[in-house]
Each structure stands twice: as structure tokens, then as C-alpha cells.
Ligand binder design. Structure first.
Ligand code: BES
Ligand code: MN
Ligand code: ZN
Length: 500
């Protein structure tokens, strides 16, 4: 990633250069350290606020260039609205908003981690710092012709001014690890498919060994031996061989059943023989956002030394039309032994997940399985880009995911499963078919299909992230096409319920 600023913590002292960002509430009130620093410039701020009709509403800001009485080049005041209402995820967003006010060319900025009532606590200061990092991300690896005036300076530094520097630094360690996982996931999603094909994806996952994750790669031969006919059928039309990658982080008690995270990793989805229309097909380089999230999550858990046993399993393939590609009407046998009639080769994600879920439940007997997949256009029709669709066979897991979603602002909305929808995928020729036959309830019939491969009644949740994982809605903490959605959500789920 380019543009990552060097982030540090320091005391509340007036910066002598660069950009200063401070917060006020909807009464234009500052905290004591901020007020002291602004000193004689306070009157200037009040005048500017009046002129600009800035009232301190959350998300609004006011800029003063070369403010008299201060040494900085620019002062930015960001409104937080009613300070008492701020949740942790709001503070992360404030960090993002603050970074958003640092011009591309600026080499140093100071952000005062203070609210009108006083200094943010160390956790809040660290949340603010995480927001800065997430916002600073830019995928510009392939930009070779930047103009002089939008080149970032060689060195950029952001200092978070806070009351208890040591405690904030300590709280930041885990948050930095999590942001690192998000960045890793974003990079994978943004990367084009000529660079990031299954073997290369597996290679990048191997980088997790550096943080102590055990990584195993299953090649076509190994998957053939296991009988993964559903996954292999998807990849057989591609010049690039398929892979399954298993990542293990053993930070918990020895012998404790692991939590399992499963990802759809379709490096490119042309639709196969049921080929997609040309318009927008380039977006299908992001059809591995589920797998990217799992890799980012495993990286984050290991980097922050989470006290949990976790396993990440991703099926990585490319869905291409070719003389060897599978056809509509073909019947494949999955690892579970169940047979599948292929109606539409573009409904490939569920075929990949079918074998990877079965494999994971049988091999690891996990406490639960959560899969993430950019699975259906239908979930985007239903929920847009704000919520991911959630399907679950377990109310406790569903509830915990809901809470983690609210806490991190990576929100999930539960959708139904029922025998009525399940019947829609019964096939004339095989045990089931890979589409529901009509477009109605398309996200649900996809989930029903996957549920048939959840072995041994393992508690399970499926997150359809077609609307949230890629081509994402810009926010204060994300300007990237690939959002890294789900890393913060699942890290939070683990931290809140499964670590001791
Ligand atoms: N990868 C797509 C789903 C998708 C669509 C993700 C748009 C992100 C944005 C998936 O493999 C797919 O093609 N699904 C089909 C299923 C259909 C053929 C039953 C769909 O949603 O149209
Ligand atoms: Mn498809
Ligand atoms: Zn797909």
C-alpha cells in the first residue's frame, strides 16, 4: 500500500507546523487542551464558523488557512455533534474524517484526541488512529504517471495527541493489527486477475507464516483425491489451476475446537459457458472478496495474538469458458457424495463453497463455520450496499454476528431459510441443481444450496457480501473499491465471545 502515514502518539502540545485537526461539539465547544492550544485563535474560529454556518454537526468541518496566533499551516475543526452519543465505531470514523482533511501533499498532521468533555480515553485515541490508517489506504500500485502535484510526500507523519500516550500506544497494538488485516484484504480484492490467479493467491496467503499462521495448500491432485468434484468442475475451464488454502492460527487452548472461516475465492468470474455480458464484467476480479476477508482476518488474529484457535479455508479458482469448461447439464459429484446438476455455470460460487464447507466440517469439527462469499446479484437487489445478507442455522451465532455488525458498522441482515426454498433446488436428474430455476429469491436458494453441504449440523452462518465486499460505498474510513469488509466484523465477533 502506498500513502500509509507513519503514525505516532504524543502529548497535547501545540504543533509548530503542518496541519492541526481538532474536534468540537454541536455547541462549538472544545475540550480544555484544545481550547488552550487554540488560545487567541479561538475568536477567529468563532468568526469563521459564523461565516461558514458551521455549527459542529457530526461530519461537518471548518478549515482555517494560516490561522493567526497558531504556527500551523492549516487548522481543521471537525464537528462531532452530540459528543455523549459517540460509539467506538463513530470514533474510528472521526479518525477517518480527520485523515480525509489532510491534503495529499501535507507531510505532517496532528490530531487532538479530545472531546469537549476532555481527553478521549486510550481506547478511543487508538480507535481514532485506526480510522486514520484505514482512510489513508490507496491502491495505486499501477499508477506510473502521477502528476507532480498529486504525488504524496516521501514521508508522511500523523501524530495523535492524547492524555495518556503510553496507554494509547498499548491499545493501538491490536487495532493496528486489525487495520493491517483490512489492508491486506483490500489489496487482494483490488488486484487484477491477470496478476492474482489461484496459485498466486495461495502464494500471498503463505505470507501469513510470518505472523505464525500455519498454511497448507491443496493442489488439483490433492483435491481430486479428496473428491472435490464441485470445486474442480468450476476451475476446469481455466488455464490456471485451482487451489484450496488452509490457514491455522492456534492461539487458544490446545485441543479446543477451532472457529472456522470459509471464503469464496473466484479470482475471476466470466460466468463460464453461461457467460456474463461484457458491461461491468471487469468487476468480477473482486469475486474473491470472501477469501480475501478470510486471509485478512487470519492475519489480524495472528498479528494481535488472539487467544483463540481459528482456521481459515478458502477455495480459489477461476471460472472461464473454454473447450474443457463444464457445460450446463453436466452432473458433478461433490466431496459429500451428493450429485449436482449444473444448470448455469455462472452459479459457481456455491459449487466452490459446497466442497470447502464439507471439507472443513469433516476435518476440523469446528465450533462454528462462517462463510463469506460475493455470491449473488440478488442480495444486492435486496439489501443494496449497506448490509450484507446473513443466513444461519443457529440463533446464537446469528445474534452475535448482528451485535458485532452494529459495533463495527459492518452490518448484517438476517434472511430466511426454509424447506419451501430448499425444494426449489431439487433436480430431475441429480440430487440437486445449482440454481433455483427462477430469479426469485436468488440469494436464498443459493444459501439453501450451501446449507446442504453443512455437515453434522455444525452451527453455521453464510454472509453474502456481493454488495459490501467490492465496488463498495465510500465512507469516512474507506475510499477503496475493495473494502476489506468483514475483517473488523469477524475480529470483533471473536474478541467479544470466543477469547479467554
Ligand atoms: N459472482 C457472482 C455474483 C455477483 C454479482 C457478485 C454481482 C458481485 C456483483 C455470482 O457468481 C453469480 O454470477 N451469480 C449469479 C447466480 C445466478 C446465475 C443463479 C447471479 O447472481 O446472477
Ligand atoms: Mn458467477
Ligand atoms: Zn461468482
Amino acid at each position: 500500500m502506498a500513502d500509509a502515514p507513519k503514525l505516532g502518539f504524543g502529548p497535547f502540545t501545540a504543533p509548530r507546523s503542518g496541519i492541526l485537526v481538532v474536534f468540537c461539539d454541536n455547541g462549538l465547544k472544545f475540550g480544555p487542551a484544545t481550547a488552550k492550544t487554540l488560545g487567541s485563535a479561538t475568536g477567529l474560529v468563532a468568526r469563521a464558523a459564523k461565516a461558514e454556518r458551521f455549527t459542529g454537526k457530526n461530519g461537518k468541518s471548518l478549515d482555517l488557512i494560516m490561522p493567526e496566533g497558531l504556527k500551523v499551516d492549516r487548522l481543521t475543526v471537525i464537528g462531532v455533534g452530540k459528543a455523549a452519543d459517540l460509539k467506538a465505531s463513530d470514533v474510528v470514523k472521526l479518525g477517518g474524517a480527520a485523515m480525509g482533511k489532510v491534503p495529499a501533499g501535507a507531510s505532517e498532521a496532528t490530531v487532538f484526541a479530545e472531546l469537549p468533555a476532555g481527553a478521549m480515553n486510550p481506547e478511543q485515541a487508538a480507535d481514532l488512529a485506526q480510522g486514520v490508517l484505514l482512510r489513508a489506504y490507496a491502491f495505486d500500485r499501477y499508477k506510473t504517471k502521477r502528476k507532480e502535484d498529486d504525488k504524496p510526500p516521501a514521508k508522511r507523519g500523523v501524530t495523535i495527541a492524547t492524555g495518556d500516550v503510553a496507554a494509547a500506544r498499548k491499545a493501538y497494538v491490536a487495532r493496528e493489527a486489525i487495520a493491517g488485516g483490512v489492508v491486506m484484504a483490500r489489496d487482494l480484492v483490488n488486484e487484477p486477475a491477470n496478476i492474482l490467479y489461484p496459485e498466486e493467491f495461495a502464494r500471498r496467503a503463505q505470507a501469513l507464516k510470518k505472523v505464525g499462521v500455519k498454511v497448507e495448500v491443496l493442489d488439483v491432485k490433492a483435491m481430486t483425491k479428496l473428491g472435490m468434484g464441485a470445486l474442480l468442475g468450476v476451475g476446469q475451464g481455466s488455464r490456471r489451476d485451482s487451489r484450496t488454502v488452509v490457514m491455522r492460527w492456534d492461539g487458544g487452548k490446545k485441543g479446543d475446537a477451532p472457529l472456522a472461516f470459509i471464503g469464496k475465492g473466484v479470482c475471476f468470474d466470466t460466468g463460464g459457458i453461461s457467460i456474463k455480458p461484457a458491461s461491468g464484467m471487469e468487476d468480477m476480479k473482486g469475486d474473491m472478496a470472501g477469501a480475501a476477508c478470510v486471509v485478512g482476518l487470519m492475519q489480524a488474529l495472528a498479528a494481535r495474538k488472539a487467544k483463540v484457535n481459528a482456521v481459515g479455508v478458502i477455495g480459489v479458482v477461476e471460472n472461464m469458458p473454454d473447450g474443457n469448461a463444464q457445460r450446463p447439464g453436466d452432473i458433478v459429484t461433490s466431496m459429500s457424495g451428493q450429485t449436482i446438476e449444473i444448470i448455469n455455470t455462472d452459479a459457481e460460487g456455491r459449487l466452490v463453497l459446497a466442497d470447502v464447507l464439507w471439507y472443513t466440517a469433516k476435518r476440523f469439527k469446528p465450533k462454528f463455520m462462517i462463510d463469506l462469499a460475493t455470491l449473488t446479484g440478488a442480495i444486492i437487489v435486496a439489501l443494496g450496499q449497506e448490509y450484507a445478507g446473513m443466513f444461519a442455522n443457529n440463533d446464537e451465532l446469528s445474534h452475535r454476528l448482528h451485535l458485532a455488525g452494529e459495533a463495527t458498522d459492518e452490518k448484517v441482515w438476517r434472511m430466511p431459510l426454509s424447506p419451501f426454498y430448499d425444494k426449489m433446488i431439487d433436480s430431475k436428474f441429480a440430487d440437486m441443481k445449482n440454481t433455483g430455476g427462477s430469479r426469485w429469491g436468488g440469494a436464498i436458494t443459493a444459501a439453501q444450496f450451501i446449507q446442504r453441504f453443512v455437515a453434522d449440523k455444525t452451527p453455521w452462518a453464510h454472509l453474502d457480501i456481493a454488495g459490501t465486499g467490492m465496488d463498495s460505498r465510500a465512507s469516512d474510513i474507506n475510499k477503496s473499491w475493495g473494502s476489506g469488509w468483514g475483517v473488523r466484523l469477524l475480529d470483533r465477533l471473536v474478541a467479544d465471545h470466543y477469547e479467554k
